[in-house]
Design a protein around this ligand. Structure first.
Ligand code: CP
Length: 372
């Protein structure tokens, strides 16, 4: 493998290679020196066309721990403000001797376009997708996988450890590239994946699937009210919102190869929270991506928290040892209660950030040393 753009075609052996390599780097990071000379002389360019805190910083730190030289690009302070294109920007970094480009962009497909251009030029540059639009965020899903597998077996994290586990993914699935990558990896592991969201925050294909499954019980006016427990005049707003999603987000549907498109016995959809949480081993809660939302997607944050926000009380439905994850950044008190987020007994959120460095070291090492 030359690039890491998506987890759609990741093989079980590749997941295990990343997990085991990350475990060895985790051990390196526990030492006093924390550094290895593996990528000495190589250049890693962080090309972030969209804001980031943890992904950009942890890729930079990972590259430095591997002794690579790092270049950090931010669109707002770059010559893109003078009209330079994305591909010309990438070629500028190529001309400086970049070996690995880590790319984030608000539009799906930009890392693929840069990778295709590098391949067309016949250069040995690897491209790593650091999050593209609503498409995928592979390194985040790999660090989520590593965090969970390391918890189960710190000495030998591996994909099969999740076989038969119940994992709930809750919240703004419509806008979540993390969820799309999580689904690939969790399905590959043999886990049971339960998605829970209001219908307005599910991609069209997901929403239609639910409507089909619920045929006979669903009416258009029900779109935002099922499971809500209260009534009011918001049905019309929600129905309108649902129709807006269906009409406007054609391109956000999952690909025909997505597990959802096959009749998967591992993927379950809910537009109520409780069935997804029931006996869950892990709960992945997602940020409401307000910056990508149209006005009608949500009735209110208060109502969202009441219905889909994860709290200690709601966790009582899960297995006693349940753990909660969130890719960050978090809207405290919206998708997860502030108290639960900070509770070390249940929250893996800080562990995810810590895992990110070792997992990104593994990815850079495997690409940089040509072993991926
Ligand atoms: N999880 C994640 O991608 O966070 P950042 O946007 O801070 O990189």
């Amino acid at each position: 493998r030359h690039h890491v753009l998506s987890l759609a075609d990741f093989k079980p052996a590749e997941y295990d290679t990343v997990l085991q390599t990350a475990a060895s780097f985790q051990e390196v990071l526990s030492r006093r020196t924390k550094k290895v000379p593996t990528l000495q002389g190589q250049v890693v360019a962080n090309l972030f066309f969209e804001p980031s805190t943890r992904t950009r910083s942890s890729f930079e730190l990972a590259a430095k721990r591997l002794s690579a030289d790092t270049l950090n690009f931010a669109a707002a302070t770059s010559s893109m403000t003078k009209g330079e294109t994305i591909l010309d920007t990438a070629k500028t970094y190529l001309a400086m001797g970049t070996d690995i480009m880590v790319v984030r962009h608000k539009e799906a497909g930009v890392p693929n376009a840069i990778a295709a251009e590098m391949d067309r030029l016949g250069v040995k540059v690897s491209v790593l997708n650091a999050g593209d639009g609503q498409h995928e965020h592979p390194s985040q899903a790999l660090l989520d996988l590593f965090t969970i597998c390391s918890l189960i077996d710190p000495n030998h994290p591996r994909l099969e450890l999740l076989q038969g586990k119940k994992i709930a993914i809750v919240g703004d699935i419509l806008h979540s590239r993390v969820a799309r990558s999580n689904i690939w990896s969790f399905i590959a592991s043999g886990a049971q994946v339960h998605l829970a969201a209001p219908p307005t925050l599910l991609p069209k294909l997901f929403a239609e699937y639910i409507l089909e499954e619920d045929a006979g019980t669903w009416r258009r006016g029900d779109a935002g009210t099922r499971g809500r427990g209260d009534t009011g005049n918001e049905e019309d707003t929600q129905t309108q919102a649902y129709n807006n999603v269906v009409n406007k987000n054609e391109n956000f549907s999952v690909s025909p190869r997505h597990p959802l498109s096959a009749s998967s016995s591992q993927l379950f959809l809910h537009w109520q929270l409780e069935p997804a949480l029931q006996d869950a081993d892990f709960v992945m809660t997602l940020r409401l991506q307000k910056e990508r939302m149209t006005a009608h997607l949500l009735p209110s944050l208060r109502e969202y928290h009441q219905l889909f926000g994860i709290t200690s009380t709601k966790l009582q439905l899960c297995k006693p040892h349940v753990k909660v994850l969130h890719p960050g950044p978090v809207n405290r008190g919206v998708e997860i209660s502030s108290e639960l987020m900070d509770d070390p007994e249940f929250s893996l959120i800080q562990s995810q950030v810590t895992s990110g460095v070792a997992v990104r070291m593994a990815l850079l090492y495997l690409l940089g040393s040509g072993k991926a």
